[in-house]
Design a protein around this ligand. Structure first.
Ligand SMILES: [Zn+2]
Ligand SMILES: [Zn+2]
Length: 350
């Protein structure tokens, strides 16, 4: 089968013929219809997360935003069948540890990550272990292209907005960073009835944010977002999401909150911060500010998410900026280096 192989850090992926994957006894093989190219792929390719202990074994097939059709089923699998259309989350779980059993598969003690610790989706076919725990069968109304957006950035934004932030209708939310996660959060928050403010340094991305539901935006390269948002909202917002993860956006997010505000951190920090950012602790104490992290989404949230897509309340496919062929994945990765891609880039031709 055809695959794009990562053969070295920051080296172009090599278009190659590789062996058809072997089906795991508890898994399936999926023929991919669509696979998104995510900033996480770019970080792994660049070697940015060496300091986090992410050292993928090369050659590696990147890609973790996968949707497709089951073409082969392992002997132990009972509830998935050839022909099922499926989506995979970016985090595979064991289904057995106490966190999985408590319903938090996104925080599994023994996670696997396609495109990092396992083969990913920059290929025609992908093996998926523990498939009954990790795959979801798609309703007819959600096609593979739309579904490819649901396994990573969109679902993380959904979990962050709905469950972690507990965003309520009529509240105001500021989203820092309008890449894939940020635009997803804008769309979801708007669908939930919140007033959404978008912050980015790129006017094109802010325009897209307005298209998908933002009613106010700040270009933080020319304006102080904290001051602008406090003025617009007469004192700050109830909820902030930082979809980027640099020191400035973490601190600005917290600075934008009003009393008893909730901040959700989705973006991981860079090699510069290495996870450490100074916080205004006294303000956090005196104003009862809450700060929470968000990682992926528990499996039990998928039915709600898919129902909202099915009813047309959210349109994740409208966040797709470009469909590309496997050959073009290198140019997408290069474009990420200059932050020039708008919305999701999805491989749909193999
Ligand atoms: Zn992703
Ligand atoms: Zn587990």
């Amino acid at each position: 089968m055809r695959a794009a192989l990562m053969v070295g850090q920051d080296e172009p992926l090599a278009m190659s013929e590789v062996d058809f994957p072997r089906v795991p006894p508890d898994g399936v093989v999926v023929k991919l219809d669509a696979c998104g190219v995510c900033r996480t792929d770019w970080h792994i390719w660049k070697g940015h997360w060496d300091w986090l202990g992410v050292h993928p074994r090369l050659p590696l097939i990147l890609g973790h935003e996968m949707a497709g059709v089951v073409v082969e089923v392992g002997g132990e699998v009972r509830n998935l069948h050839v022909g099922n259309r499926v989506v995979a989350p970016f985090h595979y779980s064991c289904g057995l540890c106490n966190r999985c059993q408590a319903g938090f598969q996104n925080l599994c003690k023994r996670p696997q990550f396609p495109g990092s610790s396992l083969q990913g989706g920059f290929a025609e076919y992908v093996p998926v272990p523990r498939a009954e725990v990790n795959l979801l069968v798609l309703p007819d109304s959600v096609d593979s292209l739309a579904a490819s957006t649901l396994g990573c950035r969109f679902m993380t934004a959904f979990h962050g907005t709905v469950e972690i932030a507990q965003l309520r209708p009529g509240e105001r939310i500021a989203v820092y960073g309008c890449g894939g996660v940020g635009l997803s959060a804008v769309m979801i928050a708007s669908a939930l009835g919140a007033e959404v403010i978008a912050v980015d340094i790129d006017d094109v991305k802010l325009e897209k944010a307005h298209e998908v539901g933002a009613s106010f935006s700040v270009n933080s390269s020319s304006e102080d977002p904290v001051a602008a948002i406090k003025e617009f909202t007469n004192g700050g917002v109830e909820v902030t999401i930082d979809a980027l993860g640099i020191e400035e956006t973490v601190q600005n997010s917290i600075g934008t909150l009003r009393v008893r505000g909730r901040h959700v951190q989705i973006g991981l920090t860079t090699a510069k911060e290495r996870g450490l950012v100074a916080m205004p602790i006294d303000i956090i104490v005196a104003q009862e500010i809450r700060i929470a992290g968000c990682h992926g989404m528990p499996r039990r949230r998928y039915p709600d998410l898919l129902r909202m897509v099915d009813k047309g309340l959210i349109q994740p496919a409208s966040l797709i900026g470009q469909e590309v062929s496997l050959e073009n994945v290198n140019s997408v990765l290069d474009g990420m280096s200059s932050f020039e891609n708008v919305g999701f880039s999805v491989i749909t031709t193999w």
